[in-house]
Design a protein around this ligand. Structure first.
Ligand SMILES: *Cc1c(COP(=O)(O)O)cnc(C)c1O
Length: 419
C-alpha cells in the first residue's frame, strides 16, 4: 500500500514540472477538485493503473514509442494555420487554427487513445474496454485496438446504438465487439456503469480506456498528458511562425480534453489567456444546455469532484447540445480548478451560433469544422473584431465536420435552423 502511495507522490511531483499543478494539496487533486470517490474494488484498480502510469512516464522509451505513433500513424505535428480570409473578413485580431481535424480519424481523440493503448500494452494487457455515447470515443478506441492487436469491447446504451448505427458499424469493421446496454434509460450513464463493473472485476487483464480528461484519478492526469502534445506543438509553432506566444487560446469544452491539452503547457505563461467555450445549447434552463461550469456547481459525480449540472434532487441533470461530443453534465477537475482560480475564463456559445460558425469557416477557409469545434470558432468570431490587429488568437480545431454534415443537412431540410 505504501508503495502505491509513494508512486502517487512521485507522479504528482512530475506533474508539478509538466503543467504547474503546484497548488495541489494531494495527488489527484486540483485545488478542491478531482480525487477518487469510488468503491474500494475500483480504488484498487485505479491505484494499480496510477502505479503503472507513473512507471511508464518515468521511462523515456515510453515517450519515444508514443511519439513514434503520433508522427507516423496520426500524422503529427498538426499544422498551426493562419486563417487569413476569416481574420481579414472579421477585422481585428489574427486567428490561427490548430488543425487537430487533420489527424487520422479526424479529431484530437486519437492522441489520447494511442497513449493509453501503449500504456495497456506495457502493462501486458490485451483486452480493452470503453464506453461511448455518440460513438466517437468508441471508434477511436476500436481504431487503436486494431492497430495494436488488442481485443476491444465497447459498452453502449441500446438507445445510442440505434441513434448511432453507423458508428456501431465502424467499430465492428475495426474488429470491436459492441455490447448494447439495456438497463435504465439505455444511454451513456448505463454504459458507464456496465464498463465500471467489468473494470472492477477484471482490471488485472483489462484496460479501461477513458475518452476525456474526467473521471477519478489518475484518468484526468493521463488524458491531459497525452493531449498536451497539442499545446506543446503550438508553443513551438507560435515561436517559429510569430516569434512569440499567442495572446488567447480558445477551445471547446465537453469533458475538457482538447482544451486542457492546449492550455496546460501554457499554464505558467500568465500573459497567455485561456478561454474555454461551453455548449450553451438553446437556453439557460436545465436540459437546454451542457455548460457545466457556467450553469453548474461544485459536486461529486462519476467518481470525482468538479462543476456539474444537477437537477433538483442533486443528481446529474439532463443536458443537450447540437454537438454530441459536448453533451456531458460534468467537466474535468483541472478546468474546474482553472475556473475557481480564474486562470481560465469559461463562456458559452449557443447551438445557433455554433451552426453559423460551422458555415462561416467552411465558406471562408474551405475547412468544415466539427460542431464541437464550431463552438470555439464561434467565440473567436465574436472576440476577434473587438481586439487590435496585433493580437493573436489560437483556436483549437478539435475535429472535422464530415461526421456532422448529414445532421446539419437534416436540420436545414427541416428548416429548423438557418435560412
Ligand atoms: C469528443 C470531442 C470533443 C469534446 O471532448 P473534449 O474532451 O472536451 O475535448 C470536442 N471536439 C471533438 C471533435 C470531439 O470529437
Amino acid at each position: 500500500m505504501s508503495k502505491v502511495k509513494l508512486n502517487k507522490v512521485e507522479l504528482s511531483r512530475a506533474e508539478h514540472d509538466a503543467n504547474g499543478a503546484e497548488e495541489r494539496k494531494e495527488p489527484g487533486y486540483f485545488g478542491e477538485f478531482g480525487g477518487q470517490f469510488v468503491p474500494d474494488t475500483l480504488k484498487q484498480a485505479l491505484d494499480y493503473l496510477a502505479e503503472a502510469y507513473a512507471k511508464a512516464k518515468a521511462d523515456p522509451g515510453f515517450k519515444e514509442e508514443v511519439d513514434y505513433y503520433l508522427k507516423h500513424y496520426v500524422g503529427r505535428p498538426s499544422p498551426l494555420y493562419y486563417a487569413r480570409r476569416l481574420s481579414e473578413n472579421l477585422g481585428g485580431a489574427r486567428i490561427y487554427l490548430k488543425r487537430e481535424d487533420l489527424n487520422h480519424t479526424g479529431a484530437h481523440k486519437i492522441n489520447n487513445v494511442i497513449g493509453q493503448a501503449l500504456l495497456a500494452k506495457r502493462m501486458g494487457i490485451k483486452r480493452v474496454i470503453a464506453e461511448t455515447g455518440a460513438g466517437q470515443h468508441g471508434v477511436a478506441t476500436a481504431t487503436v485496438c486494431a492497430l495494436f492487436g488488442m481485443d476491444c469491447v465497447v459498452y453502449m446504451g441500446e438507445e445510442d446504438t440505434r441513434r448511432q448505427a453507423l458508428n456501431v458499424f465502424r467499430m465492428q469493421l475495426l474488429g470491436a465487439k459492441v455490447v448494447p446496454v439495456t438497463a435504465g434509460n439505455r444511454t451513456l450513464k448505463e454504459a458507464v456503469d456496465a464498463a465500471l463493473v467489468d473494470y472492477a472485476e477484471n482490471y488485472r487483464d483489462t484496460y479501461y480506456m477513458l475518452g476525456s480528461a474526467v473521471g477519478p484519478y489518475p484518468y484526468p492526469d493521463i488524458v491531459r498528458d497525452f493531449q498536451s502534445v497539442i499545446g506543446e506543438e503550438t508553443k513551438l509553432q507560435a515561436v517559429e511562425q510569430l516569434g512569440r506566444y499567442p495572446d488567447y487560446l480558445i477551445a471547446c469544452v465537453g469533458g475538457g480534453s482538447n482544451a486542457i491539452g492546449l492550455f496546460a503547457p501554457f499554464y505558467h505563461d500568465r500573459e497567455v489567456k485561456f478561454i474555454g467555450v461551453e455548449p450553451g445549447g438553446k437556453g439557460t434552463r436545465i436540459g437546454e444546455n451542457a455548460a457545466a461550469i457556467t450553469y453548474g456547481r461544485p459536486t461529486v459525480i462519476h467518481g470525482f469532484r468538479c462543476y456539474a449540472i444537477l437537477d433538483q434532487d442533486g443528481e446529474p441533470g439532463t443536458t443537450s447540445s447540437i454537438a454530441a461530443g459536448l453533451d456531458y453534465p460534468g467537466v474535468g477537475p483541472e478546468h474546474s480548478f482553472y475556473h475557481a482560480t480564474k486562470r481560465a475564463e469559461y463562456v458559452t456559445v449557443s447551438d445557433q451560433e455554433a451552426l453559423d460558425a460551422f458555415r462561416m469557416l467552411s465558406e471562408t477557409e474551405g475547412i468544415i469544422p466539427a460542431l464541437e469545434s464550431s463552438h470555439a470558432v464561434a467565440y473567436a468570431i465574436k472576440l476577434a473584431p473587438t481586439l487590435p490587429s496585433d493580437q493573436i488568437i489560437v483556436v483549437n480545431l478539435s475535429g472535422r465536420g464530415d461526421k456532422d454534415a448529414l445532421q446539419v443537412y437534416e436540420m436545414i431540410k427541416n428548416q429548423k435552423v438557418l435560412s
